[in-house]
Design a protein around this ligand. Sequence first.
Ligand code: GTP
Ligand code: MG
Length: 452
Amino acid sequence: PETDADTLRTPIVAVLGHVDHGKTSLLDRIRGSAVAAGESGAITQHIGATAVPLSVISEIAGELVDPTDFDLPGLLFIDTPGHHSFSTLRSRGGALADIAILVVDVNDGFQPQTLEAIDILKRTETPFIVAANKIDTVPGWRPNENSPVQQTMESQSERVQSDLNENLYEIIGELSDNGFSADMYWRVQNFQANIGVVPVSAETGEGVPDLLTVMMGLSQRYMKEEMAIDAAGPGVGTVLEVKDTQGFGTTLDAIIYDGTIRADDTIVVGGLQGPIVTDVRALLRPRPLEEIRTEQTFEQVDAVAAADGVKIAAPDLDGAMAGAPIRVIRDRNRSEVIAEVESELAGIEVTTQEEGVVVKADTLGSLEAISSTLEEEEIPIMRAEVGAVAPRDIRVAETANEPTHRAILAFSVEVLDDARDLAEQEEVKLFENDVIYQLIEEYDDHVTAIEE
Ligand code: GTP
Ligand code: MG
């Protein structure tokens, strides 16, 4: 039961999947804009958030959605570029996303980043559905723009239907191989026990009404209670990205998932050297239905309430980390809030040992994911940090006694030129990959080669 202080916030939906399987295009279709078209190389460079209000969802979903059935305000979609780890999207040791859409190209099926996404969804117990995208590419497909999917599937020739079904059942089989019982979404009764597969086309909009209907229904049915928040309370969020914004210096792209952040708040942010306490200088926001990364001139706002994306401008943000917590102090005890951020950071900290490999990752979430995998494989870690590979990391790695430990595992981070040279000189082996299990596989192969 809700109290007067409770407001229902927007569920946070992560859109994830392998590179080029159509995550951005799908969101584009939903937004009715053409961000993907303007993207260089059609690769999404940054994480963005898109708030889609219930009114827009019900317009797109047409007869499938009756807006009076819902009291959640809409959905907040977070687009994750395929080469970027979804594990950035963390909060308090769990998943930032309440729910996820795993986009799989119907022709391409499961690929490395699909598997990586599945692993993280499993670990964080995030409910998800699968969008089997690009159904319009089945040879002989006759598109019906924006049509609900069963309708358009029935209108296709027998041949097209059977080709599509074959691909869809392959995806269902892959899900089952990975421990998830799945079926076409219209046959799923209990979305907590079974993964629903929604055939869609980001190109023609077919199945998009179904996708939104299922997402909205799922949130309303299974997550409504978790969405109740004290909207006026001090804001809590997660850093998605730390980046320069012209005129504002170093800023944070953040998702606020509880309470409100105001333009005159003092905040505590997780940084490389511990918590950073700073005064917000400006809150910058994209206009509704636009995405942070496409917005050139930002609108300054007085406050942002959960759940929403916001760009935070404040001094001293240089050491802030992607994936780190953000907390508003406001009328709370300052040292208490700092202690909370400290303990959250400590909770992520990896157990390091005197002897082991060096791990560098782009975000706290990915660092956490790699480290726990290494731990499972009993590979010791000497140092684990967020950030580019620098010469001092080579200096640390070269102190390892075991030849197999003279290694740096770099996930989605830059290797500075002088660090690369130094590594060569000191015979420290560098491993670079944007897929966690591939990174670890490469390292394992190297160890096997040394041992033989
Ligand atoms: P990354 O951000 O790089 O991981 O890729 P993404 O998953 O966001 O894929 P994106 O939306 O950029 O789409 C990749 C390519 O597939 C683009 O050329 C799209 O036009 C195309 N594409 C996406 N969805 C569809 C679809 O439903 N049908 C067809 N025919 N093409 C699609
Ligand atoms: Mg993309």
